[in-house]
Ligand binder design. Structure first.
Ligand SMILES: [Zn+2]
Length: 347
C-alpha cells in the first residue's frame, strides 16, 4: 500500500511538474475573438503582445524587452497554431516593444516582414539601438552593482537594514538583471522592413487588418492595429491601464490621437500594458485627464510659469481615482506637456 501511494505521488508529482512546465512562462494568453489573442505580460514582463491567426499565417503585434520573452510568446503561439508568423507590427520604438524582433526571423526565416510607421523606424535607429548600448554598458551594470552592494552590506540605499522580504526581492531583481545583461549582448535590433505614413491594410482571407497612425501621442510614431470585423483594437502605449509613460510623448497632440482612436468602432482593446479592456471607459478617463493636463498647462504657461511652478500649480486630483500610478504618472505628464506647449521638445 505504502509503495503504491509512493508511486501515485511520484506520478502525480511528475504530472504537476509537466503541467507547470507547460504553463505560460511569461504571458497570460487571452482569447479576445476567433483567431485573436492577447499575450498579457505577467508581473516582471509587463508589456503585452497580440497575435492574430489567419488562414495561412500569423500576425504578431510587439515583441517585448527581451528576446527570451519573445521566444516564450512564440511557444504560446505554437500551442495554438502551427502556421508561421509572417508579419510583426511594432506599435512604437520603445525597447519593451521592439527588442525581441530578431526572434521572429530566427524562428520563421527571412520572409518575416516588420511593419511600422516611418517615424518609428527612424527612432529605432536614432534611439532604440543606442539605448540597447546604454543599457549594456551603463544602466544594467550600475543596477547590478547597486543591488550587489545592498545585498552584501545588508543595508538599503537609505542606510536602513534590509528586511527578509527586501533581501528576497533584491535577490530576485539581481538574478533578473544578470539574465537581462546576458540577453542584451545578443540583441541586434531588427528594423521595420515596410513603413508607411498614415495607414496600411493587410487583406487576409476573411479578415482585414488595419494599421493606423493618427498623429503623435505616446511617441511620434504610435500605430494602432484595428480589426473591424472582430471590433478589437491593439493600442500600444497610447492606452494602458494607468497613465502611460510620458517621457517621449506629445500630450497636446495625444488628445486628438486618442479621439481618433475613440472614433473607431471597437468593443475590446488590447493595451500596451495591463489587462484587456472591455469598452471605452479607460480611454474616456485618459482623454478627460489629458485634456485637463493640456488646458491647465496652457493656462499656466500663458501666465509665464516655468515647469516647476506649473507642476506646483496644476491640480489634477479629480483624476486620482482613475489611474493606479496617478502619483508618479501625473507630474511626468505635466512636465512633458509644459515642454511641448513651450516649444522645448526636439524630435
Ligand atoms: Zn512605450
Amino acid at each position: 500500500m505504502g509503495k503504491y501511494l509512493l508511486v501515485m505521488c511520484f506520478a502525480l508529482g511528475c504530472l504537476l511538474f509537466v503541467q507547470g512546465r507547460a504553463e505560460a512562462q511569461s504571458f497570460d494568453i487571452v482569447k479576445v475573438a476567433d483567431g485573436v489573442y492577447a499575450g498579457i505580460g505577467k508581473p516582471g514582463v509587463f508589456s503585452n503582445a497580440a497575435f492574430i491567426v489567419n488562414e495561412d499565417d500569423v500576425v504578431v503585434v510587439d515583441t517585448h524587452l527581451r528576446p527570451s520573452w519573445a521566444r516564450d510568446l512564440v511557444a504560446e503561439i505554437r500551442k495554438i497554431t502551427d502556421k508561421p508568423v509572417r508579419y510583426v507590427v511594432n506599435t512604437h520604438w520603445h525597447g519593451d516593444h521592439v527588442q525581441g524582433n530578431q526572434v521572429y526571423i530566427s524562428v520563421f526565416g527571412k520572409n518575416v516582414e516588420y511593419l511600422a510607421q516611418h517615424n518609428t523606424r527612424e527612432d529605432m535607429i536614432k534611439k532604440a539601438i543606442p539605448s540597447v548600448q546604454e543599457d549594456l554598458s551603463k544602466n544594467v551594470p550600475e543596477t547590478i552593482a547597486r543591488l550587489q552592494k545592498m545585498l552584501s552590506s545588508g543595508q538599503g540605499q537609505d542606510g536602513k537594514p534590509l528586511s527578509e522580504k527586501d533581501r528576497q526581492q533584491f535577490g530576485e531583481q539581481l538574478a533578473s538583471q544578470r539574465a537581462y545583461l546576458d540577453e542584451l549582448k545578443q540583441i541586434q535590433i531588427t528594423l521595420p522592413t515596410i513603413t508607411f505614413e498614415r495607414s496600411l491594410v493587410l487583406h487576409k482571407p476573411g479578415r482585414d487588418i488595419h494599421i493606423y497612425y493618427f498623429g503623435k501621442g505616446h511617441t511620434r510614431g504610435d500605430v494602432v492595429v484595428y480589426l473591424p470585423k472582430e471590433k478589437v483594437v491593439v493600442t500600444g502605449d497610447l492606452l494602458t491601464n494607468g497613465i502611460p509613460f510620458a517621457r517621449d510623448s506629445y500630450p497636446v497632440e495625444w488628445v486628438s490621437t486618442l479621439e481618433s482612436l475613440r472614433n473607431l468602432d471597437w468593443a475590446q482593446a488590447i493595451p500596451g500594458h495591463g489587462s484587456v479592456q472591455q469598452g471605452k471607459d479607460q480611454l474616456d478617463k485618459l482623454i478627460a485627464f489629458m485634456k485637463d493636463v493640456v488646458a491647465e498647462v496652457q493656462s499656466a504657461s500663458k501666465n509665464g510659469m516655468n515647469v516647476d511652478e506649473t507642476k506646483k500649480t496644476v491640480d489634477l486630483n479629480r483624476h486620482s481615482e482613475s489611474f493606479p500610478n496617478f502619483k508618479t504618472g501625473a507630474p511626468a505628464m505635466v512636465e512633458r506637456a509644459w515642454a511641448e506647449v513651450n516649444g522645448k521638445i526636439q524630435d
